[in-house]
Design a protein around this ligand. Structure first.
Ligand code: PAF
Length: 292
């Protein structure tokens, strides 16, 4: 029997969220959580729809997590639109929106953090020290408060997804993790809340990330396997884009994130590129066609 839909609830208190989740579990309902920092776009909505189709109770978390921002990063200016997010959430069938305050999530005296070793070091971890400690900590807290059976994350944050999968397995958290494909604008730009920061000129140039990924995919398809050559193909459109400054463009083993010299197994081509102060990320998995 399909359980009746619950009336929409907005919960701000972590204790109330935890109690509600425990009740829902006692009623035998399957809970899915979609953790976000809000300012929802079509990418987030695709995660919500995936979660809706796979659960009885869909929980959206809206929380701009201070511990994953470094000094000088965009915590204070991160785009926020709670009313708009709640309207979008309802249109995607969200049952519970959990919107805690930073003070409620990190009470005075908070001293405990979760670290996922090695996976947190390269790529975005190298440019944003402490970022993944903040992500792993808040995701653990959100899991403890929402008590989900399933959690959905976007593959656009490839390293984050890899780290959350590792953490969930290592710490026996017992939550199924579902990764969903990156949703793109018609011109290829990966959807991101931070796209809102881009000037019109930078927005036009920002397609260089997806063009770089596509160039490397084409090189792979035409037989290139060497990391150096694939990276050169990926970098060319970015280096030609006015206003773009490469933070990193790297090719790594898709499972371990270790560096590789050539593609012999699935590899992730990941990049971060600045336009002014706005840092955009994107990635693709380079996989060899199966041998017939
Ligand atoms: O991907 C994000 O929006 C955030 O890193 C997450 C997973 C919600 C943790 O704050």
């Amino acid at each position: 029997m399909v359980p009746a839909r619950l009336p929409f609830e907005l919960i701000r208190s972590p204790a109330a969220m935890r109690a509600r989740a425990e009740d829902l579990r006692r009623d035998g309902l399957r809970i899915c959580v979609v953790p976000t920092m809000g300012y929802l776009h079509e990418g987030h909505l695709s995660l919500l729809r995936a979660g809706r189709a796979r659960s009885d109770v869909l929980v959206l978390t809206l929380f701009v997590n201070p511990t994953q921002f470094g000094p000088g990063e965009d915590l204070s200016t991160y785009p926020r639109d709670e009313a708009g997010d709640l309207a979008k959430a309802r249109s995607c069938g969200v049952d519970i929106a959990f919107c805690p305050t930073p003070e409620a999530m990190y009470a005075p005296g908070h001293k405990s953090y979760v670290q996922v070793e090695d996976l947190d070091q390269p790529l975005c971890g190298a440019s944003r020290p402490g970022h993944f400690r903040g992500v792993a900590t808040v995701v653990t807290k959100l899991f403890n408060l929402t008590r989900p059976h399933l959690a959905v994350f976007g593959q656009k944050d490839f390293q984050q997804l890899a780290l959350i999968r590792r953490m969930t397995e290592d710490l026996d958290i017992g939550v199924e993790i579902l990764g969903m494909p990156t949703v793109r604008e018609p011109d290829g730009l990966a959807m991101s809340s931070r796209n809102a920061y881009l000037s019109a000129e930078d927005r036009a140039q920002a397609t260089c990330l997806s063009r770089g990924l596509a160039a490397a995919e084409r090189a792979l398809q035409s037989g290139e396997r060497a990391t150096e050559a694939l990276l050169a193909a990926a970098r060319a459109p970015i280096e030609a884009a006015a206003g773009a400054r490469i933070d990193y463009v790297e090719l790594r083993d898709a499972a371990t994130l270790e560096s590789i010299e050539r593609v012999d197994a699935p590899a992730v081509l990941a990049m971060a590129v600045f336009f002014g102060k706005t840092r955009l990320i994107d990635n693709t998995v380079l996989d060899l066609a199966p041998v017939a």
